[in-house]
Design a protein around this ligand. Structure first.
Ligand code: NAD
Length: 376
């Protein structure tokens, strides 16, 4: 391939915010191929996950890096946005994975504008290898100073607070509210736990194999223990077993996507029977479907506001904060942001995502104005 044919042209993805830097890494001797996109560093060193998959691309990396710029800015973290991708099957043999992750980190050892975090296909062990290699990663195991964000439920805690702030805008009380959760994993199970502690009723939960439904309520602790033992939600004793995507049509008050991107689209949004959506997953609803939700009066709290708990935890881990401080900060930031975007959305009659984008972009632009290059 000629160099000017590299796909896609990165300048076609650029706008007034970024990307600031794109680095391709290629080490043919070990079959290593990866990309780092640093989108914007106005607020500080970029923080964002390392994704490992066989089908990652520059375009995906750039979109995810931008999402991190907006998420970190909305959460007023002292960090810009970046993302890195490593080509390969994440389920490969561990020694091979370690070689690739270490090799990628080593190749980027001087790129001090970027801090690695975990993402799809990487975990706290990968972050420990990177810390050992270059000393610059978050989402670490406890033994090397980390706060295991999935184990403590950092993102689920934030999703719970977003729901708690949003519910009264619909005249809904969390106590007794019926909740359905798509994806009963690290985000979903903790969101369920915090909501249940406030009296909400988990009426349905799904994983990649099916949906379990009980109008009278599922026992969150039992379902969590079941999943943690490696079994599926449909192995739950009781309730009704349904197909994986039947979770979409469950009659409920709060619907929480916590699995894959683009699970709600124009094609299936009509099936949804809920009042409130709180986005635990990243980009779970297509742009067209979000517009339809707004027209139907379904309140929809966007991903980069509701699921920022994980990155808030990671940024605080980097500064040596304690778990107690992390929980307090997630609560404070996510409640304030959810309230701010809902107020702005009501005042201007725009969807919450539009209000959230405006809030985040204003913060990035303001941070850019403080940088030295802005005065030349
Ligand atoms: P996870 O792997 O722990 O859990 C995902 C769950 O979703 C699993 O139970 C899996 O079986 C299920 N699932 C997969 N495909 C499904 C499908 N089509 N339908 C129903 N269920 C399906 O992942 P996680 O860490 O909980 O992340 C979930 C989502 O939240 C991802 O989009 C992730 O990018 C996003 N997110 C995670 C964090 C975090 O702190 N972990 C932070 C922000 C955003």
């Amino acid at each position: 391939m000629r160099e000017n044919q590299l796909e896609p042209n990165i300048f076609s993805l650029a706008d007034g915010l970024g990307p600031a830097k794109v680095i391709h890494v290629h080490e043919p001797r070990i079959g290593l191929k990866g990309i780092l996109v640093i989108d914007n560093v106005a607020a500080g060193t970029a923080i964002g996950g390392l994704r490992m998959a066989s089908d990652v691309s520059l375009e995906e990396c750039a979109r995810l890096a931008r999402a991190m710029t907006l998420k970190n800015a909305a959460a007023t973290l002292a960090h810009g946005g970046g993302k890195s991708v490593l080509f390969g099957d994440p389920r490969m043999e561990p020694a091979r994975k370690e070689q690739l992750v270490r090799g990628f980190a080593h190749a980027l050892r001087n790129e001090s504008d970027y801090i690695f975090g975990p993402d799809m296909g990487t975990d706290e062990t990968c972050m420990a290898w990177i810390k050992d290699e270059i000393g610059r990663s978050v989402g670490l195991p406890r033994e090397v100073g980390g706060i295991p964000l999935d184990e403590i439920g950092a993102t689920g805690w934030g999703v719970f607070h977003a729901a708690d702030v949003a519910a009264p805008y619909l005249g809904l009380a969390l106590s007794g509210a019926r909740v359905a959760i798509q994806g009963f994993g690290a985000v979903g199970k903790h969101a369920a736990r915090f909501l249940a502690e406030k009296g909400a009723l988990l009426v349905a939960a799904s994983d990649s194999t099916g949906t379990i439904h009980d109008r009278a309520g599922l026992n969150v602790a039992t379902l969590t223990a079941l999943k943690e033992s490696g079994r599926a939600v449909c192995d739950y004793a009781g309730g009704t077993r349904l197909g994986r995507d039947d979770i979409i049509g469950i009659d409920c008050d709060i619907w929480i996507p916590a699995a894959r991107p683009d699970v709600l689209s124009e094609a299936n949004i009509g099936l949804l029977r809920t009042k409130l959506i709180v986005q635990g997953a990243n980009i779970p609803v297509t742009a067209g479907a979000e517009r339809m939700l707004h027209q139907r009066g379904v309140l929809n709290i966007p991903d980069f506001i509701a699921n920022a708990g994980g990155v808030i935890c990671a940024a605080m881990e980097y500064r040596g904060s304690s778990q107690t401080q992390v929980f307090a900060m997630i609560e404070e930031k996510i409640r304030a942001n959810t309230r701010a975007i809902l107020e702005a959305s009501v005042a201007a009659n725009v969807p919450p995502r539009e209000a959230a984008l405006q809030l985040a972009r204003e913060r990035v632009n303001k941070a850019m104005g403080y940088r030295r290059w802005s005065v030349f």
